[in-house]
Design a protein around this ligand. Sequence first.
Ligand code: MF3
Ligand code: CO
Length: 238
Amino acid sequence: MRGAGAIVARVLAETSAAVRPGITTEELDRIAARIIRSMGGTPSFLGYHGYPATICTSVNEEIVHGIPGKRVLREGDVISIDAGAIWQGYQGDAAVTVAVGQVSPEAERLMQVTRQALEAGIAAARAGQRLGDVSHAIEMVARAAGFEVVREYGGHGIGRAMHEEPRILNWGPPGRGLRLRPGMTLALEPMLTLGDYRTRQLDDGWTVITADLSLAAHFEHTIAITENGAEVLTTAQH
Ligand code: MF3
Ligand code: CO
């Protein structure tokens, strides 16, 4: 899974670096496909329940599962890039949200807090703790900053399949749910909104947007529970 994670980390680093006003989301998709192939991996999203691309690119009010296409990124947009790869039978899944050029202060803060919410979830994902502690840690960071948490989507177990048990909410009470044990591998993925948390799905059957069209941000890492805290797997391996 570290191998798959390293591929995903590289995809996110290179696609994020390519983000600028004027680039299309399908150009980012092509970059991702080239990197995954060059590192000996397989894209996990392509063909998943018929998903038509290598990555998900979700712009502004789009929360997750935006499909890359002809859309041209503009100064002031925020774009979430979500990538998944398989390496030697194992999965990695991660996402970042980045600014296109200069963005509003609220957009900056939303991205920063969503990243912090993910970090808080990772810090709470210790052996002996419960899943609810992770969910709660994520929610508390969002709430303290005055942002809303998307309720219907969340993280998941991951391993040989991209989506495994358990489902991981980004909200809820602490002290409940599955007890975390060394060896468990999870994808944590908080999705925060500037306005209402309610969502709507577009007619393309994939893209999830905020019902009130407020901005959303999304960060994700695949992690492993170890004896000494969580290890982030979707990172460059040394
Ligand atoms: N990180 C996203 C998730 O766990 C990946 C969606 S992949 C798609 O839901 F193939 F369904 F697009
Ligand atoms: Co995921």
